[in-house]
Design a protein around this ligand. Structure first.
Ligand code: FES
Ligand SMILES: [Fe+2]
Length: 431
């Protein structure tokens, strides 16, 4: 309709028709423009995914991006890396991605899981492969009461304990075999996310993810999400919170510098500049040792002048090995980024960022913030995707490096005797 209208307007202009000035001629285009603006400013929520090869790799030898990513993954020395699945809470998916009566298959911590929600709203997670003949219950399984029914021969497994509750063809007098069961995982649904507890020793949760009241009460609403895949050890991402030293080299140049680290310091981006300063501290009180706090202060400089009104302080609360709440209070409203890292397999991580802000804040503000966060994160990805883990780094006498060492010490609490390592997974053929 719009092209026709434009065509008509051009025709009228050429022919000098006076009806061009009539309001009816412009009204539809104006209405459309207003609708698009309202949608863009208030309703549109950022939502995108980047696959592994999309970010952080420089192609060479005429290879495609995907082949480059694979070549670097293979060529990189893994070094002596810590265990690959630390103990803690991991995001499985956002709660709104699983409707009542729905079942899905999810890959994480080296497993394939069947995630399902009963009609009454309770979420359950079971190991996906059916003990009968191995069908994936998350791929085509049906939710029946508090069970998931295997799509192959219809055996039903309870979400609460993973035991088989029904076998359709069981002969009269036959008993459900004791071995007809799968592992059931501990799930928690909080702040709009579905989280799984992983502990290599099989212990119950030793700490909890705090509820963000503003999200639970609806005072803050969901305003967008991004998802990235990263190829590195999970500890490297969390360590970024204590890595005050990389802020200047990786994050100070503004978005005009792009995400490719080869070009971020070029002259065309130098008129706009950010300056980050940060502190990092592990919590030491009993019951909170799984937490550490980074406080990040951001200033923006335009042609060397500090633009005061966009200054922002972010308080990043690291909760265990894989979840961070980044709370902020800006000129345009309060909110939080939820940063969640989930290992899919050793050295392959899925990273979710979602943003919640005060309900009244136009979505476009959250879109700008989340884009900024994702943008800076993609610079980090370029480092992570190409680096190797150094178990014995060469250190300089500096506050920056001493924080990195403190972070390693703090993070080591999430490994335990039976935490899976690359070697143990290879030996057991689980990887
Ligand atoms: S494979 Fe699941 S019921 Fe047969
Ligand atoms: Fe960073």
């Amino acid at each position: 309709m719009l092209p026709e209208l434009l065509h008509q307007l051009v025709q009228q202009t050429v022919s000098g028709s006076e009806s061009l000035l009539a309001p009816w001629a412009w009204a539809p285009a104006l209405v459309l423009l207003i609708v698009l603006l309202v949608y863009g400013i208030f309703l549109r929520k950022l939502d995108y995914s980047r696959s592994l090869e999309d970010v952080g790799y420089i192609t060479f030898d005429g290879l495609s991006r995907r082949d480059t990513a694979n070549r670097i993954r293979r060529a990189r020395k893994e070094g002596r890396v810590p265990p690959v699945y630390p103990n803690g809470w991991y995001l499985v998916m956002e709660g709104d991605q699983l409707k009542p009566g729905e079942a899905k298959s999810v890959q994480m911590i080296g497993k394939t899981l069947a995630v399902f929600r009963t009609e009454s709203g309770e979420a359950h997670i079971l190991d996906a492969y059916c003990p009968h003949f191995g069908a994936n219950m998350g791929a085509g399984g049906r939710v029946v009461g508090d069970c998931i029914e295997c799509p192959f021969h219809g055996w039903q497994f309870r979400g609460s304990d993973g035991r088989c509750a029904r076998i359709p063809v069981l002969a009269e007098g036959g008993k459900i075999p004791e071995m007809a069961r799968v592992t059931s995982h501990i799930v928690k649904e909080v702040n709009g996310g579905l989280y799984l507890w992983f502990d290599a020793e099989g212990r119950e949760p030793t700490w909890d993810l705090p509820v963000i009241e503003e999200i639970e009460t609806g005072e803050w609403s969901f305003k967008g999400r991004t998802r990235h895949f990263v190829n590195c050890h999970i500890e490297e991402i969390n360590q970024n919170g204590a890595d005050v030293g990389h802020l200047t080299t990786v994050h100070d140049p503004s978005f005009f510098g792009g995400t490719d680290l080869r070009y971020i310091f070029r002259w065309w981006s130098s008129f706009l500049w950010q300056k980050f300063s940060a502190t990092w501290k592990p919590c030491t009180e009993p019951g909170s040792r799984h937490q550490a706090v980074m406080v990040l202060h951001e200033k923006t400089y335009l042609f060397g002048k500090n633009v005061k009104f966009v200054e922002m302080t972010v308080r990043a609360n690291q909760l265990g090995p894989a979840v961070v709440y980044l709370e902020f209070d800006s000129l345009f409203g309060k909110g939080v980024f939820l940063h969640c890292v989930t290992p899919v397999e050793p050295l392959l991580l899925r990273v979710h960022h979602s943003i919640y802000m005060q309900r009244w804040v136009p979505n476009i503000v959250a879109t700008v913030y989340l884009n900024g966060e994702a943008f800076q994160f993609e610079r980090d990805i370029m480092i992570w995707n190409n680096k190797e883990f150094k178990d014995k780094p060469v250190l300089a006498k500096s506050t920056e490096d001493s924080l990195m060492v403190q972070h390693r010490r703090w993070y080591s609490q999430f490994y335990s005797e039976n935490s899976p390592t690359i070697e143990s997974l290879r030996d057991s053929k689980d990887w």
